[in-house]
Write a protein that binds this ligand. Structure first.
Ligand code: HEC
Length: 220
């Protein structure tokens, strides 16, 4: 391109036009509230119930709404969400916190479930998908890092006998975390497995064993 004296002037002119266009767009475009309404209508018209996947998945509970604004909820709201979440955690009905760690490992590996082709949430037995976010055993080298490593989870916390009163608080905390992660951390990315019916009590007991049984591959 030939550089002539009028080039900088033309460039400045172009800039001014761009600014004008941008300015007009922001003046005449929809307001945030209108965009929200349009978005809601689009979501509602784009999805329908199919099998077990119902459109009610679009309804946020109070905690989800408070955690989805783009900024973290204030301290008081966060503590309220945690306290409310803790009330949803029930002790295991048979009094046993730990199941079979090998079953737990299978669940941690399994990321399927909740799809519209499943007959029902109960009959299809969802997986836990834990490796998607956590390192767990050393044998599995494919894992996500959204959550902290859980390798040596029980060992690092001094759990040599999960039934001992000395580790009761740790066992109960872990049970609470798996049942409803928000009980200890409002707005956590971790799914609320028990609370949302993603995993049943038996499955949660197996996952507890994976993390806390001294014989589990996690604690070697
Ligand atoms: C979508 C990502 C995600 C999935 C899936 C997930 N977690 Fe988590 N998890 C996290 C995050 C993020 C944290 C850290 C923040 C927090 O404490 O909530 C966490 C924290 C934890 C903690 C507490 C660790 C500590 O040191 O206190 C435990 C235990 C845990 N996860 C176990 C599991 C198990 C078992 C599964 C599978 C059933 C699982 N997680 C699935 C994201 C996930």
């Amino acid at each position: 391109m030939k550089f002539d004296k009028s080039f900088p002037a033309r460039l400045a002119g172009l800039g001014a036009v761009a600014l004008l266009v941008a300015g007009c767009a922001s003046l005449s475009g929809p307001s945030p509230a209108e965009l929200d309404a349009q978005f809601k209508a689009m979501m509602q018209s784009s999805f329908r119930d199919q099998g077990i996947a119902k459109v009610d998945r679009l309804q946020q509970d109070e905690g989800q709404a408070a955690c989805s604004t783009g900024t973290a909820p204030d301290e008081a709201t966060a503590r309220r969400i945690e306290a409310q979440s803790l009330t949803t955690v029930k002790a295991p009905s048979d009094g046993k916190y730990l199941g079979d760690w090998k079953e737990g490992e299978k669940l941690a590996q399994n990321g399927r479930g909740m799809t519209w082709t499943d007959k029902s949430a109960e009959s299809s037995a969802n997986g836990g998908n834990c490796y998607n976010c956590h390192q767990i055993s050393k044998q599995e080298i494919s894992f996500g890092t959204i959550g902290p490593s859980l390798y040596n989870y029980g060992k690092l916390r001094g759990v040599t006998d999960p039934a001992s009163p000395a580790v009761k608080a740790m066992v109960e905390y872990t049970w609470g975390k798996l049942n409803n992660a928000w009980a200890y951390n409002a707005c956590s990315n971790m799914p609320r497995f028990g609370h949302k019916g993603l995993l049943n009590e038996k499955q949660l007991q197996h996952l507890m064993a994976l993390l806390l049984d001294p014989k589990s591959a996690v604690n070697q």
